[in-house]
Design a protein around this ligand. Structure first.
Ligand SMILES: [Zn+2]
Length: 291
C-alpha cells in the first residue's frame, strides 16, 4: 500500500523562500519599524504576512512577473569581472531589454516598487501602502536567496535538482521557528536603495557556490545516505529532504540561512521606512488600524 502512495508523490517545486519564509520575513520586519510606523504595520501584520507570497502566485498568470524575482548574475561575468552596470539606463546600453529580462531584473524591480511605495505613502493610499509593502517584502526576500542570483537556480546544471526549495523552504521551515534569532537593530534610512540592494545581491551571488558545493559534497559523502524521506502533507505523501539530511546540510552551511533571513528582514523594514521618510513621514495614525 505504501508503494502505491509513493507513486503520487508531488515534486516540491516552490519559488523563493517558500510560503513560510516570506511570511516569516514580512512578519518580523514589522518589529524593526520606528515608533511612528509600528502601530499601523502591527495592526496589519496578518495582511502583510499572508500577502507576502502574492508575487509568486502572479507568476502563473503574468508572463512578465517571473524575471522580477531573480537575476542570473553569473551570466554577466566575463574573465572574472562582472560586466553589468548597476543602473538600468546604463545596463540597457550594453544589453537589450529582452536579454536583461531573460536573465532577471530583481534589483531594478525593487527600485520601481520603492518608488511606488513612496508614492502610496505620499498619497496616503492605505490599500496601496499595504499591498506594495507586502510585495516589496517578497522581492527583497528573493534578492537575499543565493540561488536567485545564479543561473543554476535549481541545481539543474550540477545534478542537484530540488536544491532551490531545499535551501529556501525546507531548511527555514525546519529550523527558523525554533533556532533563528530574529531580534535585531531597528530599520535604517537607505540613502541609496539601489546601491544597497545590489550589495545584498552580490552577497547572494557569492554565497551561491557554497549552497551548491556544500550540498554536493554532503550528498556524495558517507553522510549522504537517506537524503529523502516521505511526509504526509494535505493528505498526500511528498518526497522531502529527510530531517537528518537537512540537519547535516544546515550545520554545514554554518548559519548561512539564518544570516540571509536576518539580512532580508532588516532590508524589508529599511525599505518600508525609507519610502515613508521620502514621502515626508505622513502620519499613519490617521488610518484605521486594520484592513
Ligand atoms: Zn519570488
Amino acid at each position: 500500500m505504501v508503494f502505491v502512495l509513493l507513486l503520487v508523490v508531488v515534486p516540491t517545486g516552490s519559488y523563493s523562500w517558500g510560503f513560510f519564509g516570506h511570511r516569516f520575513i514580512n512578519f518580523h520586519a514589522v518589529f524593526l519599524l520606528p515608533q511612528e510606523m509600528i502601530a499601523f504595520y502591527k495592526g496589519n501584520i496578518n495582511y502583510l504576512s499572508e500577502h507576502a507570497v502574492d508575487a509568486d502566485k502572479r507568476r502563473y498568470i503574468l508572463p512578465q512577473e517571473a524575471p522580477r524575482h531573480y537575476i542570473d548574475l553569473d551570466h554577466y561575468i566575463e574573465d572574472g569581472q562582472l560586466r553589468l552596470p548597476k543602473n538600468w539606463n546604463q545596463a540597457i546600453e550594453f544589453f537589450s531589454e529582452d536579454s536583461l529580462q531573460a536573465h532577471g531584473i530583481v534589483p531594478w524591480w525593487i527600485q520601481i516598487m520603492k518608488f511606488k511605495l513612496t508614492k502610496a505613502f505620499a498619497e496616503k493610499d492605505k490599500d496601496e501602502i499595504l499591498k506594495i509593502s507586502a510585495d516589496i517584502g517578497h522581492y527583497i526576500g528573493d534578492a537575499h536567496v543565493p540561488l536567485h542570483a545564479s543561473s543554476n537556480h535549481n541545481g539543474q546544471l550540477t545534478n542537484q535538482l530540488g536544491i532551490h526549495g531545499f535551501w529556501e523552504s525546507r531548511l527555514p521551515e525546519l529550523f527558523a521557528p525554533t533556532q533563528y534569532d530574529m531580534l535585531m537593530d531597528k530599520a535604517s534610512y537607505l540613502t541609496d536603495p539601489l546601491e544597497f540592494i545590489w550589495g545584498r545581491i552580490y552577497q547572494s551571488a557569492s554565497a551561491a557556490d557554497s549552497v551548491l558545493v556544500i550540498e554536493k559534497k554532503l550528498s556524495t559523502s558517507m553522510e549522504g545516505k537517506n537524503i529523502f524521506s516521505y511526509e504526509k502533507r494535505n493528505g498526500k505523501y511528498e518526497r522531502v529532504y529527510s530531517t537528518i539530511y537537512s540537519t547535516k546540510y544546515h550545520q554545514a552551511l554554518r548559519g548561512m540561512v539564518e544570516r540571509r533571513m536576518r539580512n532580508a528582514t532588516f532590508a524589508v523594514a529599511s525599505f518600508w521606512y525609507t519610502a515613508w521618510v521620502d514621502a515626508g513621514q505622513p502620519n499613519l495614525s490617521e488610518f484605521s488600524h486594520s484592513k
